[in-house]
Ligand binder design. Structure first.
Ligand SMILES: Nc1ncnc2c1ncn2[C@@H]1O[C@H](COP(=O)(O)OP(=O)(O)O)[C@@H](O)[C@H]1O
Ligand SMILES: Nc1ccn([C@@H]2O[C@H](COP(=O)(O)O)[C@@H](O)[C@H]2O)c(=O)n1
Length: 209
């Protein structure tokens, strides 16, 4: 595919359970007839298939080192050049990459989503709009308990233990400080229709609509 302009990049970040995915889907759904895609940083958690399962449980998944951000950026550069990429598929139950990949075709609008995407200067410099979803800690942990038990194969004790020992301290050390890089701070995630409308209007402007 050849086009005059490079794709538009929107970064959506915030703590775990803040509503990043919901905001990203609200943006995707606003542009049903446009060329738009989402690239989750979580898909680029490092492959740990060489480690026994018990060892994978000890990984700090809320530290920048847990991600293969170099590969994420490499894929982003390809997408910016309108080339397709083989996106890894992450398995939260097994705590490693699955053996499958998904072919991701290039699009005109790319939504990057993840807890630590604003922590990397290279990524920040590639974004046209930076969004931070800001949701109270108590709401986020309640959502996470429900989601991790229902969808990510966790027990209540494991979610609480991981939250108190890793997720909460890493949030304050690495994620919350990136709020200052955001162009837009969205309180209460997916339900903030005014903020999402403002973001969509800006994307429309970039698209020349
Ligand atoms: N405004 C909201 N009200 C109620 N539940 C929500 C809201 N936004 C998200 N959720 C729920 O909370 C969980 C986490 O939301 P999600 O968008 O996946 O957050 P994140 O991607 O930041 O982890 C999901 O189960 C989602 O359905
Ligand atoms: N094997 C893994 C990998 C990641 N996590 C947690 O996922 C959170 C990020 O995803 P969100 O959708 O909640 O933004 C992050 O806080 C990691 O702790 C995990 O538990 N296990």
């Amino acid at each position: 595919m050849m086009t005059e302009h490079k794709p538009i990049i929107i970064g959506v970040t915030g703590g775990s359970g803040s509503g990043k995915t919901s905001v990203s889907h609200a943006i995707l759904n606003h542009f049903p007839n446009h060329s738009i895609m989402m690239l989750e940083h979580d898909s680029y958690y490092k492959d740990q298939s060489d480690l026994p399962f018990e060892e994978r449980l000890k990984t700090n998944y809320d530290h920048p080192f847990a991600f293969d951000t170099d590969l994420f950026i490499e894929h982003l550069h390809k997408l910016l050049n309108y080339e397709a990429v083989e996106k890894p598929v992450y398995d939260y139950v097994a705590h490693t990459r699955s053996e499958q990949v998904e072919i991701q075709e290039p699009k005109e609008v790319i939504i990057l989503e993840g807890i630590l995407i604003l922590a990397d200067e290279r990524l920040r410099n590639m974004m046209d709009i930076k969004v931070y979803v800001d949701t109270d800690d108590d709401i986020r942990i309640i959502r996470r308990i429900k989601r991790d038990i229902e969808e990510r194969g966790r027990t209540l004790d494991s979610v609480i233990n991981q939250y108190l020992t890793v997720v909460k301290p890493m949030y304050h050390q690495f994620i919350e400080p990136t709020k200052r890089y955001a162009d837009v701070v969205v309180p209460e995630g997916g339900q903030n229709h005014v903020a999402i409308d403002l973001i969509n209007t800006k994307i429309d402007t970039f698209l020349g609509n």
